[in-house]
Design a protein around this ligand. Structure first.
Ligand code: ZN
Length: 126
């Protein structure tokens, strides 16, 4: 086959601006006492994950986690293209934490106590 005109990588070029406001994610933020910081964030396909709160079997959300304050904000599913949802369906919060940690070398502080200097030794499972 011959490509006459190259296509667009829709997944990797998709972007959306969201505000860290904690909406759509009441349970997670209240459990961890996080206060959404109202940061304006440009998200891409790698920032969204699929989470279940466990409140009801239908309580499933697409979420982002703010890199500044660690709060979660829900993204309305109807605002997301199908290819983004398909990708996010396979992602967990841990995937995003791991990638951010690897990329920056220092994940956002204070989230789940991961960077608590006193607990570092206990978290090393190697
Ligand atoms: Zn925030």
């Amino acid at each position: 086959m011959k490509v006459l005109k190259p296509g667009v990588d829709k997944l990797r070029t998709w972007k959306k601006v969201v505000v860290c406001n904690g909406k759509g994610c009441y349970v997670k933020n209240s459990k961890s006492d996080l206060v959404p910081c109202e940061a304006e964030l440009e998200i891409n396909y790698k920032d969204i994950f699929h989470a279940r709160t466990g409140v009801t079997p239908y309580d499933t959300f697409y979420l982002i986690k703010c890199p500044d304050c660690g709060s979660y904000t829900g993204i309305v599913a109807t605002d997301l293209p199908d290819y983004i949802k398909s990708y996010a369906d396979k992602r967990t919060e841990q995937d995003i934490d791991n990638e951010r940690g690897a990329a920056s070398g220092s994940p956002a502080p204070g989230i789940h106590g991961k960077n608590d200097k006193t607990s570092g030794d206990y978290l090393d499972l190697e």
